[in-house]
Design a protein. Structure first.
Ligand SMILES: Cc1cc2nc3c(=O)[nH]c(=O)nc-3n(C[C@H](O)[C@H](O)[C@H](O)COP(=O)(O)OP(=O)(O)OC[C@H]3O[C@@H](n4cnc5c(N)ncnc54)[C@H](O)[C@@H]3O)c2cc1C
Length: 397
């Protein structure tokens, strides 16, 4: 006779909730253990409360980690069509804004409510205020230590996310649990995070927002170029184009490379056209001081830095189009939306999220060494991996 497995899901976030629903659908008896008083807290903050839950755009270049192809493999095994079907099944109708998918309700709270109702209908037990301290295997079963009690499970799904954006990120204890089970941990770094820049404060740019393009270089080699709104902060640069290059920038810095940036502060025209325009403009406004000739073209606060005492139109054009900065680091995990690094994906099967080292253990979501671009890529990976883990862990033999 087939046996229904007892599956324990550690972490009641996006990935853990999806995993629990799919494991229960497969016939398992499912319990979620969540350390916080309420589950799904991070999900509620996503997309400024609107929950950008997936993206229909290209997957190439959208994920980082030692093995970014792992994310693409996961999304080949549980593709976007299946994900949208799942959302619709649980009541979440999605809407695309240039490929960025949101619930039609525009409410993260409603996404969490739909996940909760689906889990409840399948008799998933959700135990909150329970922090898992350790997991070990004995006699083919898992012993889950929560300090005051030890739960016994046939199968375990680790979906503990990351410490990114927490006020006191501290040590990521679940990674130590994975390490104790034999998994390799790739060092954690912030991702989707503002970058810090040498001498930024001295330039007085803080608070300036400009439509522009950022180019990031590691030891002189271009690795990221993206246009959009750039935001200058007290000690660096921010905005989606910067966020999306931050993971690679911090990996390169950690590898000892010199990371530099170039901001194009006026990307509206081809560079040769811009130089001609600036020459004509400088002649036309020649009765003004050099700095005043740029007034009305770029934000005032950028003008002293881009002119830097130069009077010629060519020199100003060059600094406006290639404004140089040296990247020194980031605003840290507390200011990051996600973390890079985590459990090495080499040791996980992307078809089932099963550990290749510990039978019966599945690992999914942001605790893995994968981080995605802005636009719904992180939740998409968390939901898809959760679905695969749940199906595999819940399947009776
Ligand atoms: C402000 C903000 C906005 C974001 N917006 C978006 C967006 O719009 N689109 C997008 O794709 N991504 C977004 N992200 C990223 C996205 O939220 C995460 O990548 C995603 O939530 C990861 O899901 P997860 O289930 O792996 O982890 P989480 O959602 O973090 O869930 C992990 C859960 O595990 C619990 N846990 C941890 N340790 C233990 C333990 N020892 N015992 C028991 N429970 C434990 C945690 O309390 C948590 O509830 C955003 C992130 C932030 C911070």
């Amino acid at each position: 006779m087939n046996k229904a497995y007892s599956v324990y899901v550690i972490g009641g976030g996006a990935s853990g909730l999806a995993a629990a629903i799919f494991a229960a659908r497969a016939g398992a008896s499912v319990t979620i253990l969540e350390k916080e008083k309420k589950y799904g807290k991070k999900l509620l903050r996503t997309g400024n409360g609107r929950c950008n839950l997936a993206n229909l755009g290209p997957l190439d270049g959208a994920y980082h980690g030692r093995h970014p192809e792992f994310a693409r493999e996961v999304l080949a095994h549980f593709d976007r069509e299946r994900l949208l079907t799942f959302f619709e099944e649980i009541g979440v109708h999605t809407r695309s804004y240039d490929g960025w998918l949101y619930p039609a309700s525009e409410s993260a709270e409603s996404v969490l409510a739909c996940l909760s109702m689906a889990a409840e209908a399948l008799n998933v037990r959700i135990r909150t205020n329970i922090c898992v301290k350790g997991i070990r295997k004995s006699g083919g079963r898992f012993l889950i230590d929560v300090g005051t009690y030890v739960y016994t499970a046939d199968r375990v799904i680790l979906a503990t996310g990351s410490n990114a954006s927490l006020v006191n990120p501290g040590e990521n204890e679940p990674l130590l649990i994975a390490a104790a089970l034999g998994h390799r941990i790739i060092p954690i770094h912030p991702a989707l995070v503002p970058l810090t820049v040498k001498d930024a404060a001295a330039r007085g740019f803080a608070g300036v927002r400009v439509r522009g393009t950022i180019r990031l270089y590691a030891d002189g080699k271009l690795f990221h170029e993206e246009s959009g709104q750039l935001q200058f902060t007290e000690n660096g640069i921010s905005g989606i184009p910067v966020f999306n290059g931050s993971s690679e920038a911090l990996t390169a810095l950690a590898d000892g490379q010199r990371v530099t940036a170039e901001a194009d502060l006026f990307p509206d025209m081809p560079e040769d056209v811009f130089i001609s325009y600036l020459k004509e403009r400088f002649e036309r406004l020649s009765d003004r001081k050099p700095e005043a000739r740029l007034k009305g073209l770029i934000p005032d606060r950028l003008i002293p830095a881009v002119t830097a005492g130069e009077e010629s139109a060519e020199a100003c054009a060059r600094r406006i189009r290639h404004f140089p900065m040296e990247i020194t680091g980031s605003r840290g995990l507390a200011n990051a939306q996600v973390s890079g690094g985590g459990i090495d994906t080499d040791e996980i099967d992307p078809a089932s999220m099963a550990s290749r080292l510990v039978e019966g253990l599945y690992i999914t979501g942001e605790c893995l060494d994968i981080d995605g671009a802005c636009g719904g890529y992180n939740l998409m990976f968390a939901f898809a991996g959760g679905a695969l883990a749940g199906m595999a862990a819940g399947e009776a033999t």
